[in-house]
Design a protein. Structure first.
Length: 255
C-alpha cells in the first residue's frame, strides 16, 4: 500500500464488494465520459474499468500518480495531475461528464460546491462522511437541514445509496461513510441571481435559532412578510428550498 499523506486526508477503500457496488452505480450513458476524483492507488479505478472502456482520473499526489501510470494503460486511464478544487472539469474533456470519487472528508463540501458550478456534469456519485450525506438529503424541519441541504437540493436531486463501515478503509476513519448520487436538475432553483439566493440562505442559517424577522432583517421589513406569505416568526430550518427561492426572487425585484 502507498504511504499515507495526512495533508490529503487519505483513507484507501479496500473492501472489494463495496468497490464493485460503487462501480455498479456509476454507469454512463452514450456520449458521456467518466472522471474519477482522487483515485489513490486505483482500487476503484480497476472496478470502473470492468464497466468502461476508458476514464479520466484527477490526482494531486505525485507519488500516487506514478503508480497509476504504471498500473493502467494510457489509452484506458488518462491521468491528470491537478487539485480538483481548482480544476475546470468542463475543460478536461468535451461532452457530458459523470464524476465519481471517494472524497477526502476535509474538503468534500467545497468540492461539491465547486462541481455544482460546472454545467457539463450530468451526475456525481461520491463516497462521503455519512453525516455529510445526512445533511445533503435532509428535509426541512430537522437538525441536519441547513445551508448545505438547501444549496445542493436547489441544484440537484440527492439520492443516498448505501452506508460503508469504517473497517472497509485503510486506515479506518473515525466515522462511517455513505455513497450518494447527485443529479443536477434540468433547471436549477433559482433560475436567476444565484448569488443573492446563496447570500440569503447563508444569512438565514448563520443565525438559525433566530426568527426570520431577525436573521433576515437586512433583506426584508415587516410589510414584506404578508406579501411573501411567509410567517416571519418561523426559523430558517423550517423553510423549503422553494420558499428560499421565493425570498430571493422578491428581494431581486426590490433591488
Amino acid at each position: 500500500m502507498p504511504a499515507l499523506k495526512k495533508r490529503f486526508g487519505q483513507h484507501f477503500l479496500r473492501d472489494t464488494f463495496v468497490l464493485a457496488h460503487i462501480a455498479q452505480n456509476c454507469a454512463q450513458a452514450p456520449g458521456e465520459h467518466t472522471v474519477e476524483i482522487g483515485p489513490g492507488d486505483g482500487a476503484l479505478t480497476a472496478h470502473l474499468l470492468d464497466r468502461l472502456e476508458s476514464l479520466h482520473v484527477v490526482e494531486i499526489d505525485r507519488d500516487l500518480i506514478v503508480g497509476l501510470k504504471r498500473r493502467f494503460a494510457p489509452d484506458r486511464v488518462v491521468v491528470h495531475e491537478a487539485d480538483a478544487l481548482r480544476l475546470a472539469l468542463c475543460d478536461l474533456v468535451p461532452g457530458r461528464l459523470r464524476v465519481v470519487g471517494n472524497l477526502p472528508y476535509n474538503i468534500s463540501s467545497p468540492l461539491i460546491f465547486h462541481f455544482l458550478d460546472q454545467p457539463c456534469i450530468a451526475s456525481m456519485v461520491f463516497l462521503l462522511q455519512k453525516e455529510v450525506v445526512d445533511r445533503l438529503a435532509a428535509p426541512p424541519g430537522g437538525r441536519d437541514y441547513g445551508r448545505l441541504s438547501v444549496m445542493v437540493q436547489a441544484r440537484c436531486e440527492v439520492t443516498p445509496l448505501f452506508t460503508v463501515a469504517a473497517e472497509a478503509f485503510v486506515p479506518p476513519p473515525a466515522v462511517e461513510s455513505r455513497l450518494v448520487a447527485l443529479r443536477p436538475h434540468a433547471s436549477h432553483i433559482p433560475a436567476t441571481d444565484t448569488a443573492l439566493f446563496a447570500a440569503i440562505v447563508a444569512c438565514a442559517f448563520s443565525q438559525r435559532r433566530k426568527m426570520l424577522r431577525q436573521s433576515l432583517r437586512s433583506y426584508f421589513q415587516g410589510e414584506d412578510w404578508p406579501v411573501l406569505g411567509i410567517d416571519p416568526m418561523r426559523r430558517a430550518e423550517t423553510l423549503t428550498v422553494a420558499e428560499f427561492a421565493a425570498l430571493a426572487a422578491y428581494a431581486r425585484e426590490r433591488l
